[in-house]
Design a protein around this ligand. Structure first.
Ligand SMILES: Cc1cc2nc3c(=O)[nH]c(=O)nc-3n(C[C@H](O)[C@H](O)[C@H](O)COP(=O)(O)O)c2cc1C
Length: 153
């Protein structure tokens, strides 16, 4: 098996968004964004040059659920893997539903050296699912709330 190959080209061409940060979780300056791949830039509409010194909080907004973020922090501090969905916002202000995993990357020592997130925009697939739910029950509150965020009802 060949271990010496161009990892950056692989990361840049993954279909999922990848974000790597430092391990300082304290607001307002941490966690700082260290790297994002091209899928992440396409998903959010930002350019790489706009991310210097920024934290992933730049994606948060009115409908971002604080409880999910509290859970994320708790999981990372307990060295567990976080998986969740949250409303985030593209550069143009458009909301999208982010499905993401977040966890620590370890080097040779037991202390984390980076945090990484694997992220995917699931707005379209969730819209289809929520439409089905509304067909079955036009009063489905979760589905109504979903489209209220997208302002599509
Ligand atoms: C690697 C990594 C990626 C993150 N990506 C996002 C993201 O895409 N969207 C988001 O809302 N928060 C994201 N966060 C969470 C925020 O950076 C922050 O940790 C969260 O808001 C909890 O901290 P706070 O309670 O101080 O705001 C990410 C955190 C890490 C460590």
């Amino acid at each position: 098996m060949q271990l010496k190959f161009d990892w950056l080209i692989v990361l840049e061409n993954l279909r999922r968004g990848i974000m790597v940060t430092d391990t300082n979780l304290e607001a307002p300056s941490g966690p700082r964004i260290i790297y994002v791949n091209q899928a992440w830039l396409r998903m959010t509409g930002y350019g790489r040059e706009e991310l210097a010194g920024k934290t992933p909080r730049m994606l948060q907004g009115k409908h971002t659920d604080r409880a999910v973020l509290t859970l994320l922090k708790k999981k990372l501090l307990r060295r567990e893997v976080f998986h969740g969905q949250t409303w985030n916002y593209r550069k143009n202000g458009e909301p999208f539903l982010m499905n993401w995993y977040c966890y620590a990357i370890y080097g040779e020592r037991p202390k984390p050296i980076y945090y990484i997130a694997e992220q995917e925009d699931v707005t379209e697939i969730e819209s289809l699912r929520m439409k089905q739910r509304l067909l079955a029950d036009p009063q489905d509150q979760e589905a109504l709330q979903f489209f209220a965020v997208l302002r599509k009802l």
